[in-house]
Design a protein around this ligand. Sequence first.
Ligand SMILES: [Fe+2]
Ligand SMILES: [Fe+2]
Length: 237
Amino acid sequence: MFDHVSLAFSELCVSHLSAGYNADMTRRYSLADRFLMDLSQGLKTLHGGEQLKHRESPGQDAGNDTLSPRERRHAAGLMRVNHAGEVAAQALYQGQAATARLPEVREAMEEAAREEEDHLAWCEERLAELGEKPSRLGPFWYVGSFAIGAAAGLAGDKWSLGFVAETEKQVCDHLEGHLKKLPEQDQRSRAIVEQMKADEAHHGETARQAGGANLPRPIRDVMKLASRVMTRTAYWF
Ligand SMILES: [Fe+2]
Ligand SMILES: [Fe+2]
């Protein structure tokens, strides 16, 4: 029920965007437009990842499920963590795009966010195949991450890009850990995690090459702590 209401509201947000155009005919959005777009994207992230997919899941042709009930529960817990991470990634990128100063940086952020949409959809699909649902704390992950992303964007592009590079590095390490924890025969989840890891490494490299600064150690440590809270909680809830 709530899913249908939020998706209808999301469509309503998009239909109310006021279209202005720059001299080169690219669209110009007001602050209110951007707010509605972010709200619409947030609702889709939480309640309709499937709509956001650009590429088919790499897990779809990766063998059949032959997991025991215990393995299935464990795989679902891990994939719920990954899904929560992708909800957070969506929000981080949207938050940064909302406050980034240089248009090229904003575009790079939005492109990375589009790639994260696939990850979100793939994890959501895999969770459904495993008979489980995404984290119930999704709105909390989204709002918190959006605020962190917006703060990183306000700190300036070199820090914002540095934040992306560090986030993606930590995500790659995390996904590497999941490849060790996922049941060996869960080829479908493993194929998804492998592709995500490759994409995240690419996002991190792009951000570094675009001028991302190395973040100070205390910030990196706080980021690790925040992600530990999320990964431990989302496994269960
Ligand atoms: Fe991702
Ligand atoms: Fe990424």
